[in-house]
Design a binder for this molecule. Sequence first.
Ligand code: ATP
Ligand code: MG
Length: 624
Amino acid sequence: MITFDNLNENQRRAVGWDQGPVLVLAGPGSGKTGVLTLRVARLLEEDESASVLALTFTNKAATEMRERVDDLLGERAGRAQLCTFHSFATDLLAQHGSHLGIRSDFQHAVRDEDRIAILDDVIDGLDGDVPADRRSLLRLIDRLSSESYAGKGESASLAVTPGWLPPLYRRYCDALIEANRLDFGSLLSLATRLLREKPAVARVVRLGWTHVCVDEFQDTNRAQYNLLRLIAPARSHNLFVVADDDQIIYQWNGASPQRLQDLRRDYDLQTIQLPESYRCPPAIVSLANRLIGHNTRRIAEKKILAVRDPQVAYAGEVKYDVFASPPEEAKFVGRDIGERGLPSSDCVVLGRTTRLVQDAADQLRSAGYDAYVPVRKSEFDSPAANVLLEALRSANSPHDRVVLRRLCLAWEGLTGVIVDPQSVEAAATLFGGNFLRAWVQYAEAVAGGWKPVPQRIRTDLVDTLSFPAVVDWFLEGGWESWDRDDREESTSEEIATWKGLHEEIVAEYGGGVALNSYLQQLDLASKTPPPAPDALRCMNVHQAKGLEFRYVYLIGMAQEVFPSIYALREGAESRQVEEERRSCFVAVTRARETLTLTRSRSYYGYSKGPSQFLAEMGVASRAE
Ligand code: ATP
Ligand code: MG
């Protein structure tokens, strides 16, 4: 593990970096994330006036960084905000969004259905042939948001911008604000707009952070970069960025090699390279270098990845095998893990697509493995969790009809008792329009054995607003008295997941966190239960970014699967094939000890040959 004591010379220079913008440019496993984390801890320890904003892409990465910094300092690092771009934008808009007409209690529009309802309202009355498929319109809107589209003129990422699109985008963004629900894309574009249009707010934000850091910078899209520029505008800003141009794997979400060039253009940047891999053994470093050497669009001066300790070698570092069908391939993975006696928690099964790994996980489960696929879940499923969550939302936004409807639905799901939202709305006129107060009245009247629930909501969310009390009660087992006959294991699992998220939010925002911030952070988090400690994790390559595992199984190494058929259609030398190659590079460099590559002779009923990447890595099979 990387520590202050075992840094190499380049790493020491990066950790000791004080003033001015710097780019740490280095390959996988060279210690970029480690160096960034150590530097944050060092700054906070050495300089009492330092305050650090560190931006990452996933909640998991942010949480890990937070834990590491706290561990290093031996206390809670209060002067640091370690979070995702989205979480940063959320806090910013909650605090200062009123300048754009955004209320501090805004919610996140996480479900497509909610966004489509808003879209439907704004499409009416638009001139032009707006396509009927709402979901593809949402993807189009996301694309515009990721490029920081201003709502007029040509889009930078579309070949043709139809005439109806600019007004549609503008109206949609306005309607989000009107509905008090912001989608993920609009969080970034509105935060950017706020800092651009309100210099006083931008000044306050800039004064808040003496140092700004970004991990995995290579995958920032235009919107994220624009936001970063507004937080750290000076050419000489204390900006510390770590990146690897060979690991750009989010081109479809707006990432681009251009971004590193923009960074060089916009800042007086020094570059530190970390050319040694501490993660991968020699054979894996060699094949990864061979593979990525086939890409032509790379930063010329970046040093090639070298093995830190060539002495370290593991038996069978790289293996490759071919199977008749995907189930056979998956069964082999299970068998191999068993025969080698590997702890499942040290292994990962990686594949190009979620579908590939889902199918493999199904097979592995039938072979007795607790295979875990971390699919993002925006909402809880269990009625018990949803009753409390919607009650909290309603306490936060007492006049919100959508929330009231959901609360009634969740209540019906839990108790079987129908409370009609329209009647509640009508009754709410007696209570100053407060829907939750009216709902409690109704629910108590017809609750029967469930009465303690609305009573508790009344005490902690209506008569007084002491939401931590009701949440604590709920998470500490209070819900068990709600669910009697139909208590399900999945409910317990969801409550445990909520508890984990609750602890993270309280750790970051303190026990006195405001209800709006609490709900906003809960909205941003995935509600997927964490894996059991000994689960076998199966994930797509994108989810494995930044992670490492002792034993990596990379399945689906077939042509037209990895690289995908869509990329190949763009041409063998296309940007898309180069991105697939980078994804493969990311996948193989997750391995700390061994890499096992597999493929089936067919997928989804079509026969497939070996992936071109196998030959490019110099991997051959006896079985070919
Ligand atoms: P990626 O590009 O995949 O995100 P990275 O460059 O961020 O990789 P890290 O995850 O920071 O790399 O480090 C990779 C591994 O190497 C970690 O297990 C880390 O603890 C270890 N490591 C890095 N530097 C050292 C060091 N000087 N001594 C010992 N271990 C180290
Ligand atoms: Mg990293």
